[in-house]
Design a protein around this ligand. Structure first.
Ligand code: PLP
Length: 274
């Protein structure tokens, strides 16, 4: 079996994040995206969220040693090509995840720095920005914040209008060379502008038509689609490009399963989606 990227068997992507029982975001979004893009997902559960497509009512984090054991058990058996993190929820969880990942330096790491849901409900026990900067950015290949997340990580007030270029420059870590994709869904602009940075400098930007609905799980879908592209051997810029085309397709064919936000239809793909 040769998939659409030409790989003879599905590459494995480890996804580390939370369970959203509405199926819109978190690990369900990751697994659907990766399966749809010809990868095999190895999901490590960090949290159980009690939420629907409107609100996060509460969440409970998985014991950190159980998270470590999930990761180590998979690594003993399988060699993932790429790792993607989503909801981590606490500094202790980030520390354990970073500690295990440091022993896998050859695996590319895509970090979606989830701190709250699309409706602004918190998905962390406390502020995670300094821990993400200290422990995850140095080992990451790409970080994919939206503008408010980029602002918080860069030490700026997310309620003020912030300049994405300034945030990317502040997030750049010379020792690690982590690329950065700042998405513009949360901006006021008529179009959604996504900006890709290498070494803190803008390399490329994409302008997308702003769709009329709010989507639950679009950030997870994007980061997982980038992970899929990288797992299939694409260069990061190409993976970022293809992932956006895929996400756009998922959003355009998105649907409203409940009373709240729309959900991307992730099985829409014929892969390269262009
Ligand atoms: N991970 C989990 C478990 C979530 O519940 C959410 C949002 O509710 C997210 C990640 C982030 O979702 P989004 O892709 O909408 O930013």
């Amino acid at each position: 079996m040769i998939n659409h990227y030409g790989s003879p068997k599905p590459p494995v992507v480890m996804v580390i994040g939370g369970m959203d029982p509405s199926g819109g975001a978190g690990l369900c979004a990751d697994i659907q995206t990766l399966s749809s893009l010809g990868c095999h997902a190895a999901p490590v559960v960090t949290a159980l969220a009690v939420q629907d497509t409107s609100v996060v009512k509460t969440f409970e984090l998985v014991d950190v040693e159980l998270i470590r054991a999930q990761m180590e058990t998979v690594f003993d058996d399988i060699s993932p090509s790429v790792i993607k993190t989503g909801m981590l929820g606490s500094r202790d969880v980030i520390s354990v995840v970073a500690d295990v990942l440091k022993k896998q330096p050859e695996i590319q790491l895509i970090v979606d720095p989830v701190m709250s849901s699309n409706n602004d409900d918190s998905l962390s026990e406390h502020s995670l920005s300094s821990t993400i900067k200290e422990l995850l950015i140095p080992i990451a290949t790409l970080i994919s914040p939206n503008i408010p997340e980029a602002a918080v990580l860069a030490g700026k007030d997310p309620l003020n209008t912030v300049d994405a270029d300034d945030c990317a420059a502040l997030l750049y870590d010379r020792d690690s060379h982590c690329d950065c994709l700042i998405t513009g869904t949360h901006a006021e602009s008529r179009q959604v502008i996504n900006r890709y940075y290498q070494q803190g400098r803008k390399k490329k930007e994409w302008c997308w038509e702003r769709l009329q609905f709010e989507y639950h799980g679009s950030g997870c879908t994007l980061a997982s689609a980038i992970a899929a592209g990288v797992a299939h051997g694409l260069k990061m810029e190409q993976a970022v490009d293809q992932a956006q085309h895929y996400v756009m397709k998922c959003l355009v064919s998105g649907f409203k399963p409940g009373q709240g936000q729309h959900v991307p239809y992730r099985l829409c793909s014929n892969l390269s989606a262009k």
